[in-house]
Ligand binder design. Structure first.
Ligand code: FES
Length: 123
């Protein structure tokens, strides 16, 4: 007999999140495309972006083993998970890391928002 697994219902998307990213047509001119999204509590920034067809690089597949998903949380860091030791260690290898740096595959929405994310052109 097959084992039955209880599925958790997905949380409703209730957290406003603005994401700025340089699309290919923006490259080099300093402009970024603005996306106004609604995140579910528990979403990582990467999951949210990919669900909306927004291409944040994620070379390692989201296992905290590269820095290609480097982003900046410019508003609402208190609504995001705290970076663990692995993420902090990995961020030191990102291009121009700063106090707002996070890895999109590790940073999880935990609060009510709003949150603003900027994807740098050089991860
Ligand atoms: S995708 Fe590699 S660390 Fe996030």
């Amino acid at each position: 007999m097959a084992r039955r697994t209880a599925l958790r219902p997905l949380a409703r998307p209730t957290v406003p999140l603005t994401l700025f990213i340089a699309e290919p047509e923006d490259a080099g001119d300093g402009q970024r495309t603005r996306y106004q999204l609604m995140a579910r509590p528990g979403d990582t920034i990467l999951e949210l972006a990919l669900r909306h067809g927004i291409a944040i690089e994620h070379q390692c597949g989201g296992i905290c083993n590269c820095t290609t998903c480097h982003v900046h949380v410019s508003e609402g860091p208190e609504h995001m998970s705290t970076p663990d030791e692995d993420e902090r260690h990995r961020l030191h290898r990102a291009t121009a890391p700063g106090p707002t740096s996070r890895l999109a595959c590790q940073a999880t929405v935990i609060g009510d928002g709003p949150v603003t994310i900027i994807v740098p052109e050089e991860p």
